[in-house]
Write a protein that binds this ligand. Structure first.
Ligand SMILES: [Zn+2]
Length: 486
């Protein structure tokens, strides 16, 4: 019985959405010139959306709009393939035929008024149904572009607003300390041997004594949102700080830390505020897009990193943003790190290609591991703490999802580890032992703000013990599949 009901629900939902589209097309077709201009654009966008929804299971959300605005043509060419080109060319062909047909019809005044009033009635029905359940119809393509754009616009507005600085009242209790935050990209926890993966993908980090956290939960599954979430005081149910407050960087600066952002990803608009908080900013080869075919290897960051370490500032906060395991994996992979074969030969996202995809991905992890080893080498003789946290995981076709930004469970468990130098372990033995007690708990990425401050021997009224992995009052979060992406 409930099966029949849900089938009826799906059909009526589809019919009402289709009704909305029909009304739009009817209004467009009232004037043949309007039709000639607007209909092809409408059809082109709809065909592209349909194709990507079907093939990649993309969602039309803020992330997509953000990508459209922040993306250059180089990234788009990454997604082009013969089937999508075929689909788009076919859609253009059909629109041309329909435009020719439209020019063969002339409406009489009475017909025009009749169609117009029917269309207006259609709008009333559509709007009324949409209001019955919160935006139930507007959530669907093509109307979902409107909702996503509104959402994006409000995000941008908040981003540009003045932010509250959090550094006041903070002080540091150590003469010298180096904190390195390595922001990983799209690396999922269960693809690392220490978390039970059958392949050894991070041998060097393990050898150095990295302490992995197997159960980190990221509510966000795309870079921009994930970073502004964990760089700020934002937490589940309290997202305002992403848009209204400085990050923890301001707190470090008030405590006379020299801060640096060393990145192999070009700055996203959403992160610009936080990047600009730093004393030093190094962006690797910014003239090339992150999607260009010119290699921009994470190993390019070792030299600027070493230069900063050699400046011997007693207190430093260094943030390294890797390109890491971002699609297209082969692009981030120097040949000498190809250990698992066969690797990818094309960009097709399909089950047939899955084995190669995972091989390429795991090879990139080996490379990232070797880069991390070099960072750690520079810190071994100092009082230093390293936190590695990936922004999100990655999907390999689980439940039909690929890559990330889908809010899927496979994307919500990013890789994470901590590393402490011997000098650090001696001075902060208690912190380290408390951290070890908390290490295997379920940890929301909101932990970072509080934990990185306390781990750097900073006292600040903004530290919340229940989020602090160095505190015995740390509260594990319940694992759930809540997603902020939908
Ligand atoms: Zn990312």
């Amino acid at each position: 019985m409930s099966d029949v009901k849900s089938i009826l629900e799906v059909i009526s939902h589809w019919a009402l959405s289709a009704w909305g589209v029909l009304v739009l097309i009817v209004i467009m077709s009232l004037n043949r010139y309007l039709f000639t201009i607007v209909f092809p654009i409408f059809t082109f966008i709809s065909a592209a959306t349909a194709y990507f929804t079907w093939q990649l299971d993309i969602s039309i959300n803020t992330a997509l709009i953000e990508s459209i605005f922040l993306t250059d043509t180089a990234e788009i060419s990454n997604y082009l393939s013969l089937p999508i080109l075929g689909t788009l060319i076919a859609s253009i062909g059909i629109t041309v035929l329909l435009i020719i047909y439209r020019f063969s019809i002339t409406f009489k005044k009475r017909e025009f008024i009749l169609i117009l009033s029917l269309a207006l009635m259609g709008i009333v029905i559509f709007t009324f149904t949409n209001k019955l359940r919160r935006n139930t119809l507007l959530m669907r393509a093509p109307f979902s572009y409107y909702i996503a754009y509104q959402d994006y616009k409000s995000n941008v507005k908040e981003m540009d607003s003045e932010r509250r600085l959090l550094g006041e009242d903070a002080h540091v209790e150590s003469d010298s300390i180096i904190t390195l935050l390595i922001i990983g990209e799209a690396l999922r926890a269960d693809h690392i041997q220490t978390n039970g993966y059958f392949r050894v993908t991070m041998p060097k980090a393990e050898q150095k004594g990295a302490l992995f956290l197997p159960h980190v939960h990221s509510p966000y599954t795309y870079t921009a949102a994930s970073l502004r979430y964990f760089l700020t005081r934002a937490a589940p149910g309290m997202l305002d700080p992403m848009y209204t407050e400085s990050s923890f960087i301001d707190i470090f600066k008030r405590c006379s830390f020299r801060t640096a952002w060393i990145a192999n990803q070009n700055p996203l608009a959403a992160l610009r505020y936080f990047i600009n908080e730093n004393d030093t900013i190094f962006i690797n080869k910014p003239q090339f897009s992150d999607y260009s075919n010119t290699p921009k290897y994470d190993s390019d960051l070792i030299e600027p990193f070493t230069n900063l370490i050699n400046q011997h500032h007693p207190r430093q906060l260094l943030m390294v943003h890797l390109a890491g395991n971002h699609w297209y994996y082969n692009k981030n992979l120097p040949e000498e790190y190809i250990q698992f074969t066969p690797i990818l030969e094309n960009k097709v996202l399909s089950n047939d290609n899955k084995e190669r995809m995972i091989n390429s991905y795991d090879n990139v992890t080996l490379f990232v591991d070797s880069v991390i080893e070099q960072f750690i080498n520079e810190l071994e003789n100092k009082k230093a703490m390293v936190i590695f946290l990936a922004d999100h995981g990655q999907s390999f076709g689980e439940n039909g999802k690929w890559l990330h930004a889908n809010g899927a469970p496979t994307e919500q468990n990013p890789a994470c580890f901590f590393w402490f130098s011997d000098k650090y372990k001696i001075q902060f033995a208690e912190k380290v032992s408390q951290f070890i007690k908390n290490r295997e708990k379920v940890v929301d990425t909101a932990f970072l703000f509080h934990t990185i401050i306390d781990g750097s021997a900073i006292k600040s009224p903004w530290i919340e013990p229940s989020w602090n992995l160095f505190s015995d009052q740390f509260q594990p979060k319940k694992a759930n599949s809540d997603s902020q992406n939908e």
